[in-house]
Design a protein around this ligand. Structure first.
Ligand SMILES: [Zn+2]
Length: 285
C-alpha cells in the first residue's frame, strides 16, 4: 500500500480515481493514520475488509505501537467497510453523533451490494459502528500528539467529521474536500458551503482531501477549496433557475445532461445525482 508521509508521523494513502462500481472500487478514498508516542489513530479504513487489512499491515511496517482509535470521517462505503479489519485491535471506533444511525440505515444496502468486500459470510459483524461519538468537538490524545475532531452540521453527508493533528497542523478533511473528482452531495448544500468557508479560513499546514491528490500548501489548497465552492454554488444557481423556470425534475436532469462537462472526474454520473438532490431539497422552499 503506497503511503505518503505528509508531516512527521502523519501518513496518507491516496485512493484511486475510479467510479464506485469499477474493479478496484474499494480503493478510491484517501486513508490516513497518525502515530503518537503511545498509540496510533486510523482515519478511514477503505472500501473493503481487504483494504482495511492492507492498511493495518502498512501501519505495522511504520510502528509497533497499538492502534487505539479508528476514526470514520463519515458513513460512505469507501471509507468504512475496512472497519472490520480493526475489530480485534481493541481500538475505540469514533465518529459523528449521527454516524451510528447512518450506518444502521445503510446496513442492508451494504450487505446486499458490497458483500464481496466483506471478509466472510458474517458481514454483519464487520459493519462496525462507532462507540465514541462526537456531536460538537472532541480531543483525543495519542501520547505527545493531540487530535481535534469536529462534527459538522449536514454537508457532504449528515455525519461529516474532520480531524486536525494539533502537533503538525495537518487537517484530514474527509469528503468535505474533493480534489479533481466531482463532489458528490449526500447531505445539505448550504451546510457544505458553510463548512468550506470555515475550513478554508482555518490555518493549517497541510490539508488531506477525502478524494484526489494532496494539494500543495498555500495557494493550491486555497484553489482546491475555491474550485469545490464554485462548483457547489453553480449547482445551487442552476437548480434554482430550473425551479424558477418551472422545469420538472425530469426536465432539469435532461437539461443537465446536455450541458458541457465541468472540469471534474466522473461528472456524468455525479452531477445529475447532485442536481436531483438539490432539486428535491429546494422545491419545497
Ligand atoms: Zn463520501
Amino acid at each position: 500500500m503506497p503511503l505518503t508521509e505528509v508531516a512527521p508521523g502523519d501518513y496518507v494513502h491516496l485512493g484511486r480515481p475510479l467510479p464506485l462500481d469499477a474493479p478496484g472500487h474499494d480503493d478510491i478514498a484517501n486513508l490516513g493514520f497518525i502515530i503518537g508516542t503511545r498509540c496510533v489513530a486510523v482515519i478511514d479504513t477503505g472500501g473493503s475488509v481487504r483494504m482495511g487489512q492492507a492498511l493495518r499491515a502498512a501501519i505495522a511496517t511504520r510502528t509497533p505501537r497499538p492502534i487505539c482509535f479508528v476514526i470514520n470521517t463519515h458513513g460512505h462505503v469507501d471509507h468504512v467497510l475496512g472497519n472490520g479489519a480493526f475489530v480485534d485491535t481493541g481500538a475505540t471506533f469514533v465518529g459523528h453523533a449521527a454516524l451510528p444511525g447512518a450506518l444502521t440505515r445503510s446496513r442492508s444496502f451494504f450487505l446486499e451490494n458490497y458483500h464481496d468486500d466483506l471478509a466472510t459470510a458474517d458481514g454483519r459483524a464487520q459493519l462496525v459502528l462507532p462507540t465514541r461519538t462526537v456531536s460538537d468537538a472532541l480531543t483525543l490524545d495519542l501520547g505527545g500528539r493531540r487530535l481535534t475532531l469536529r462534527a459538522w452540521p449536514p454537508a457532504h453527508t449528515d455525519a461529516d467529521l474532520t480531524v486536525t493533528d494539533e502537533s503538525t497542523r495537518v487537517l484530514y478533511a474527509g469528503d468535505l474536500l474533493f480534489v479533481g473528482r466531482a463532489p458528490a452531495l449526500d447531505g445539505r448544500l448550504e451546510g457544505w458551503l458553510a463548512a468550506i468557508d470555515a475550513l478554508a479560513a482555518t490555518a493549517v499546514a497541510r490539508t488531506v482531501p477525502g478524494h484526489g491528490p494532496l494539494p500543495a500548501p498555500g495557494a493550491p489548497t486555497a484553489r482546491a477549496w475555491a474550485a469545490e465552492r464554485a462548483y457547489l454554488t453553480a449547482l445551487q444557481a442552476e437548480v434554482r433557475g430550473d425551479l424558477d423556470g418551472g422545469l420538472s425534475l425530469e426536465d432539469a436532469l435532461r437539461k443537465a445532461a446536455t450541458e458541457p462537462h465541468g472540469p471534474w472526474l466522473l461528472w456524468e454520473s455525479v452531477h445529475p445525482r447532485n442536481v436531483a438532490r438539490v432539486y428535491r431539497d429546494l422545491e419545497w422552499r
